[in-house]
Design a protein. Structure first.
Lengths: 365, 311
């Protein structure tokens, strides 16, 4: 069995550390690129959302590199993500690729027995002892947390750094080096080393950079290819960004959801505007916008793929939050047709607006 | 007390329940008009741009009666069957409407779980308390409303020589303005119509069981189950799928059906606020012509699937 996984931000690094630890054969498809997108859009339904198309592209690249099993997480609605596995399986079958799907689904929809059976299918491939397996899981989880930490520090510090571009350089070097490393323990050490270095980047805290919260649909905010590397663009503009949705947050959220202790602060903040779960991360998006205004952010950028059902609801609510909490919000909708020039212009204009808004005497805050 | 009930989305399915309930409490019911150009324009103006056409039209219905009523029923239908949703937009419908349309009267915001009598009654208590504090009155109105709902039936069944299944969400199939009166157009051509409501339950259930994952959308289960069951039984000659542009559920269901029925004729009509009627007419004509020829030439087809002789 040779396993492949679809991309989502830096998850591939943690997956590599996990499989290296377990000793399972795997293929990491090339990072999301134009080819994956065009292959994906060719074989997917027209109106399905962007993540689906990119994932199809990833699978095909993975299969061409020898993978025969696809590992995927699932959910049980009401957002489309839960139906991905069904349709993707049919599409790959139709394309005559002979692959197996292992879907780590929500307990609610398949039951605990089936879930453990599926996890065991992956686990059975490894010839390590149980204790080693658990260790590898913990190590991969730690790596994900460290990566997310490094990334968020770099993104926030970009506004304060003394030597422009240092954070970005460090972040890129970190990803490259860790991915090249085949020993899980060494990779973890490297991550810790880089976290230390990011923390020690000389910064000037008397600066007052523009601060922007990145909110919206989880895949498009985490996967840089889909949002045309918005966080890198903003780093280059010396804008501090904060993003709450990360892969490690998602894992924590999924686990804590079973005992209803997940992200309480966010949900409390969203209560005023959207008191119920409506699928996807619409409620989190609304909560983050409210929190961003509380934490004195200058603005928020919402990103979601064209046609995303939950985010359309939050997009309807955001103007009210923007008005009441005095927080400018820019909604960016991405799909395979997004043009870079128009996209950049809008981001630049938005950041300019935030800068000038501060200086203006009669600005509406 | 004037209660506004907009005639959009699942009104076509659940109007007996809501109307009987509020009439039973002695409220005056204000309905919006049937969908028309005005309502569509109002909806497009107020609703968030990315939403699908039925949601936009719903916004139009709300905006057209918001000044005439003291409070409005905006049903937040979470689930119709257990653990099955409709669409995230239904779950957040009251929020979408209230934040998009200024000057709204109070609206009902409680969640509706149609499969559970207890929570349904809770919703009625909550919404009824705006009219009366008398629990018994609410209870009796609720019972009446349940009865009215259970006695109602919707759907179209008209079998003819050539019959198509008219698939689509009920609020698309039943709204003559939205779908440009497709039912009438098909009837005028002498084409019979069946809708998902008349699918044999056990058969469509069997089809749904073939899916790898238990569906969590009611419309997905209904439409996939019904169309593949009809197809299997050979009761229909084609499928016409009415779908609104950017509908998340349809983007999955249409392809699932396609993978299942293979080369069987299926016409997908995408509807949005820009859809031109002439184009739809042409496509309908071409599709029905094709069906007619297919039925007439059925015995004269070569094994290659190519028609060799046309009498």
């Amino acid at each position: 069995m040779k396993i492949t996984v679809p991309h989502m931000g830096n998850v591939y690094i943690a997956v590599k550390i996990l499989f290296d630890g377990l000793g399972i054969d795997y293929v990491i498809p090339p990072l999301n690129n134009k080819e994956a997108l065009s292959l994906g859009s060719k074989y997917s339904p027209d109106e399905i959302c962007l993540p689906f198309k990119l994932m199809i592209g990833n699978y095909i690249a993975g299969i061409k590199n020898g993978a025969d099993t696809i590992l995927l997480v699932g959910s049980c609605g009401p957002c489309r993500f839960g139906e991905y596995s069904e349709l993707q399986f049919k599409i790959l079958e139709h394309l005559k690729y002979n692959v197996d799907f292992i879907v780590i689904d929500a307990v609610k929809s398949i039951g605990l027995n089936e879930l453990s059976k599926r996890i065991q299918r992956v686990g059975a491939e490894s010839n390590k002892k149980s204790i080693e397996k658990i260790k590898s899981f913990v190590r991969a989880y730690n790596a994900m947390c460290l990566l997310d930490d490094i990334e968020s520090q770099a993104h926030f510090k970009a506004g304060y750094e003394k030597n422009k571009g240092e954070c970005k350089k460090l972040l890129n070097a970190c990803k490259e080096e860790v991915f090249a490393c085949d020993e899980p323990d060494k990779a973890l050490k490297l991550l810790k080393y880089y976290l230390d270095r990011i923390k020690n980047v000389p910064a000037d805290y008397s600066k007052n950079p523009v601060k922007v919260a990145i909110i919206g649909e989880i895949y498009t905010v985490i996967e840089p290819f889909t949002n045309l590397f918005i966080e890198d663009i903003l780093m280059d503009m010396s804008v501090s960004t904060k993003r709450n949705l990360t892969p490690s947050w998602w894992l924590k959220d999924m686990l804590l959801k079973t005992i209803k202790l997940n992200s309480r602060e966010l949900l409390k903040a969203s209560n005023e505007f959207l008191p119920l779960y409506i699928g996807g991360h619409a409620r989190e998006c609304v909560g983050e916008a409210v929190l961003a205004s509380k934490e004195n952010f200058d603005g928020a950028i919402q990103i979601f793929p064209m046609g995303c059902m939950p985010e359309i609801v939050s997009k309807a609510i955001l103007p009210t939050i923007s008005r009441e909490k005095k927080l400018p919000v820019l909604s960016l909708i991405v799909d395979e047709m997004t043009g870079e020039a128009g996209y950049m212009t809008r981001i630049e204009a938005f950041i300019d607006l935030l800068e000038r808004r501060r200086e203006h005497v009669f600005a509406w805050n | 007390m004037r209660v506004g009930i907009p005639k959009g989305l699942l009104y076509c399915k659940y109007h007996p329940f809501f109307e009987t309930f509020f009439r039973g409490l002695g409220a005056e019911i204000i309905n919006s008009d049937n969908t028309n150009k005005n309502i569509l324009d109002l909806g497009v103006k107020t609703c968030v741009d990315e939403a699908c056409l039925p949601v936009k039209i719903y916004h139009g219905h709300v905006a057209s009666i918001k000044d005439q009523c003291d409070f409005m029923v905006i049903p937040r239908i979470m689930q119709v069957y257990k653990n099955e949703y409709i669409c995230p937009k239904f779950c957040g419908l009251p929020e979408m409407v209230v934040h998009s349309i200024p000057g709204m009267p109070p609206v009902t915001t409680g969640p509706l779980y149609m499969h559970n009598k207890k929570t349904l009654f809770k919703w009625c208590l909550e919404s009824g308390s705006m009219i009366t504090r008398n629990r018994n009155r609410i209870k009796s109105a609720f019972e009446l409303a349940l009865k009215a709902q259970n006695n109602s039936r919707s759907g179209i069944l008209q079998q003819k020589d050539i019959t198509v299944m008219l698939a689509g969400h009920p609020y698309v199939v039943n709204d003559a303005f939205l779908n440009m009166d497709i039912v009438k157009k098909l009837m005028a051509k002498g084409i019979g119509i069946v809708t998902e409501e008349f699918a044999p339950g056990p058969d469509s259930e069997k089809q749904v069981m073939k899916l790898i994952k238990k569906p969590f959308w009611t419309f997905q289960r209904n439409l996939f189950g019904a169309s593949t069951a009809f197809f299997q039984q050979g009761k229909i000659h084609g499928i016409i799928y009415l779908s609104s542009f950017a509908c998340g559920i349809d983007s999955v269901v249409i392809d699932l059906i396609r993978f299942h029925i293979g080369e069987f004729p299926m016409l997908v009509i995408k509807l949005d606020e820009h859809t031109g009627e002439a184009g739809v007419d042409t496509r309908l004509e071409a599709f029905t012509d094709m069906l007619e020829r297919r039925v007439a030439d059925e015995n004269n087809r070569s094994a290659h699937g190519k028609c060799l002789y046309s009498g």
